[in-house]
Design a protein around this ligand. Structure first.
Ligand SMILES: Nc1nc2c(c(=O)[nH]1)N=C([C@H](O)[C@H](O)COP(=O)(O)OP(=O)(O)OP(=O)(O)O)CN2
Length: 171
């Protein structure tokens, strides 16, 4: 192949590659994550450690969602999976505002439940002991159905402490 032909071949292929890349940017799904912080109390009554005490955490919750980039020209969310601001609003309404400064208590922990229900107005009664695992699952189910069309929840990561966390990705 001559030099001109070679250059032409390269340019055509490069242009196609750039077009494809641009196309993929909007058609391949991408993931974004948002973090919120939450102060809550809990107790694990059957734990063999100090976790069986009534105690509190500053939890950190990270939601990861997946979707295709919005390509509607002029749209405020153009080039985004969804605006971080809207993801935060969903997390605040359905996770933070249900537990922040409240207490998570296991439904079978009758002794603590009786006391906490008398004492606190914000109580989350859990199906399982309120471990990081249980709360990650709860948070997942809280926001799963509250996301915009075309955006799927992929994971909730629940940090009980800076060193301990659980991840849940649905069933
Ligand atoms: N698998 C799980 N194990 C434990 C949970 C849990 O939710 N899931 N929870 C606890 C306790 O509630 C406690 O909050 C964790 O205590 P600890 O391990 O002491 O956490 P720290 O980050 O303070 O520990 P460092 O050793 O200082 O890092 C227990 N287990």
């Amino acid at each position: 192949m001559g030099r001109f032909a070679k250059n032409h071949f390269f340019c055509v292929h490069f242009a196609c590659y750039r077009e494809k890349e641009k196309e993929n940017l909007f058609t391949n799904p991408m993931r974004i994550s948002r973090k919120i912080e939450i102060d809550y109390g809990h107790t694990l009554p059957n734990s063999f450690s100090f976790c069986n005490q009534l105690h509190g955490h500053r939890g950190v919750v990270v939601a990861t969602v997946e979707g295709r980039l919005i390509d509607r020209e002029g749209d405020g969310e153009e080039g985004m999976v969804m605006d971080f601001k809207f993801l935060k609003e969903v997390m605040v309404e359905h996770i933070h505002d249900k537990l922040d400064h409240g207490f998570a208590v296991w439904k079978h922990d009758h002794e603590d439940l009786d006391f906490i229900l008398k004492r606190n107005s914000r109580v989350l009664v859990t199906e399982e002991p309120p471990t990081a695992e249980c709360l990650a699952k709860w948070a997942f189910n809280q926001i799963r159905c509250n996301l915009p069309e075309g955006v799927a929840l992929k994971q909730i990561r629940w940090y009980e402490t800076p060193n301990n966390w659980a991840e849940y990705e649905g069933e």
